[in-house]
Design a binder for this molecule. Structure first.
Ligand code: ADP
Ligand code: MG
Length: 263
């Protein structure tokens, strides 16, 4: 379906995907209030196809609200969000169809406890995408292989470690063949020794060219895997840039104060 207009953006540097003209995600002057509490105060952010954007910032700065807005789990108060050129706040747009293009992984893995890993991976494929059982199971096995959990097809979530559960959650999102993935502190609920296996999966995913927005406190991941690092505070993007540059040479005092606590 050709709903995307020609590129509305001035050409970006286009490093990741030189052929791509339309931004994967294009957020303009996004505001979000909960009652009197303005949580996002004019966010402008363009993510190129294949780009990995890491977002850091203090608790309560609006990081989750920003990600959730991209997936329309929150309804913005004003501003615009374009996904692959399509204005997703346009009432004509089918929200569910946009959502299937965007995979989301949360801090809490949100697996269905009464279903096996295979059941967790096939449910939305069948219900939302209308895939046959055979096809859904084939895709599920492929994605489990990708996250290194081929041997856990029949397991139930309670029998998996937190790291394995989060890898299942990533595989479940990937089984929908999303164009982009949003991660909201995917390793924050994990015991420290389990963080690495999840970050490894995410790093491999990034190397395949997946467009990713990652809210994280893992500065090593941001430095090694991120194409860009964004520092948010109190509902605004305070600073952004090449991750090594921002981490080693933060310009804003608020960024400096934050990094001095987490590094
Ligand atoms: P972060 O992810 O950076 O910690 P959040 O986006 O979760 O920040 O929250 C930003 C602010 O928005 C916080 O003050 C939080 O209390 C508020 N907030 C988030 N979700 C809701 C909600 N559903 N209703 C009311 N306030 C909310
Ligand atoms: Mg959050």
């Amino acid at each position: 379906e050709q709903t995307a207009p020609a590129a509305t953006q001035p050409a970006t540097s286009g490093i990741a995907h030189p052929a791509a003209g339309v931004a994967a995600i294009d957020i303009t002057d996004l505001h979000k209030s909960f009652g009197d509490n303005e949580v996002l105060k004019g966010i402008n952010l363009t993510v190129r196809p294949g780009e990995v954007v890491c977002i850091v910032g203090p608790s309560g700065s609006g990081k989750s609200t920003l990600l959730r807005s991209v997936n329309l789990l929150e309804e913005p108060t004003s501003g615009s969000i374009r996904i692959e050129g399509v204005d997703i706040l346009d009432p004509e747009v089918e929200v569910d169809r946009i959502r299937t293009r965007i995979g989301m992984v949360f801090q809490q893995f949100n697996l269905f406890p009464h279903m096996s890993v295979l059941g967790n991976l096939t449910l939305a494929q069948r219900r939302v995408l209308g895939r046959s059982r055979t096809e859904a199971e084939q895709v599920a096995r492929q994605q489990l292989d990708r996250v290194g959990l081929s041997d856990k097809v029949e397991a139930y979530p309670a029998h998996l470690s937190g790291g394995q559960q989060q890898r299942v959650a990533i595989a479940r999102a990937l089984a929908m063949n999303p164009d982009m993935m949003l991660f909201d502190e995917p390793t924050s609920a994990l015991d420290p020794e389990l963080v690495g296996e999840v970050l490894d999966v995410m790093q491999r995913l990034a190397s395949t060219g997946m467009t990713m927005m990652v809210v994280t406190h893992e500065m090593g991941f941001a430095r090694e895997v991120g194409d860009r690092l964004i520092f948010m505070d109190a509902g605004v993007i305070v600073e952004e840039g090449e991750p090594r540059e921002v981490l080693s040479n933060p310009r804003h005092t608020r960024t400096q104060a934050f990094l001095s606590k987490v590094l």
